[in-house]
Design a protein around this ligand. Structure first.
Ligand SMILES: NC(=O)c1ccc[n+]([C@@H]2O[C@H](COP(=O)([O-])OP(=O)(O)OC[C@H]3O[C@@H](n4cnc5c(N)ncnc54)[C@H](O)[C@@H]3O)[C@@H](O)[C@H]2O)c1
Length: 256
């Protein structure tokens, strides 16, 4: 349906949650997939499941915020995969906390993974796309990259940066046939981030995901597969005149 058979894709943060669902859908569409994740054991387990289903899946472990890790890990994936058609910059972290209570460690970690990490990985993969005049990059932003939210200042700022980088890079590489888009997921459950975030929210007396889901127009929280479907669309020729865009996949959620 999406015409992605035989394509080669790298997905960061695909050991868990949304990234894992994206890798699974890309494999189901006939793509060979390289997973880059800091959680080596979970990445290997995810890859093993996909290989058993007939997929070609490679794993490299490392931290996207560490430039040397990215150069080595993404380099080794590119050697094994060959020329990469699709890059999904999905790895991300979220620290809940009011701005004046956010310490330097949490602030720097948030930007290190969500912003520096995206920059490091893109810098490794995009030159070869530009040279081939073909490629689709999909960055994982958030609905919190479109709207500032109390207790999520660092995270929101990092995701606004993802939207900005998506627009800027799209403007730079469009002439070389490379499209750069982002997805802004809403409240997505069945992910490690959501589970951790719920624990922090409970400790801070904030409403739970299930409570908040009641005010989502489509009346349910999102699932990782909801995001994976949008990735397939943006990676495919169905989206060949879309670049620099950040698509909300939120069930209509627009405010907390
Ligand atoms: N879950 C949500 O409600 C939600 C909403 C909006 C946006 N997002 C975004 O979607 C993306 C995926 O989130 P998720 O909910 O699936 O979270 P998750 O915690 O389940 O998965 C994140 C993955 O990234 C990996 N990762 C984290 N830091 C890394 C690092 N430094 N280097 C390499 N890998 C790293 C983790 O090991 C994990 O496999 C993130 O960018 C997140 O900000 C999530």
């Amino acid at each position: 349906m999406y015409g992605l058979e035989g394509r080669k894709a790298i997905v960061t943060g695909a050991a868990h949650g949304i990234g894992r669902a994206i890798a699974a859908r890309l494999v189901a569409e006939g793509c060979a997939v390289g997973i880059f994740d800091r959680d080596e054991a979970a990445a290997e387990a995810a890859a093993q499941t996909l290989r058993q289903a007939g997929g070609t899946v490679f794993v490299a472990s490392g931290d996207v915020s560490a430039k040397a890790n990215v150069a080595a890990g993404i380099g080794s994936l590119m050697e094994r995969l060959g020329e990469v058609d699709i890059l999904v910059n999905n790895a991300g972290i979220c620290r809940v906390g009011k701005l004046l209570e956010t310490n330097d460690t949490d602030w720097n970690a948030t930007f290190g993974v969500n912003v520096d990490g995206l920059f490091h990985v893109t810098r490794e993969v995009a030159p070869q796309m530009i040279a081939r005049r073909r490629g689709a990059i999909i960055n994982m932003a958030s609905w919190m990259g479109k709207s500032g939210v109390a207790a999520y200042g660092a995270y929101c700022a990092s995701k606004f940066a993802v939207v900005a980088l998506t627009q800027s890079f799209a403007a730079e590489v469009g002439e070389f046939g490379v499209r750069v888009n982002a997805i802004a997921p809403g409240l997505i459950v069945d992910t490690q981030m959501r589970d951790e975030s719920e624990v922090e929210r409970k400790a801070q007396g904030l409403p739970s995901a299930q409570d908040r889901a009641q005010s989502i127009p489509l009346r349910r929280p999102g699932l990782p597969e909801d995001i994976a479907k949008a990735v397939l669309f943006l990676a495919s020729q169905q989206a060949d005149y879309i670049t620099g865009e950040t698509i909300s996949v939120t069930g209509g959620l627009w405010n907390d």
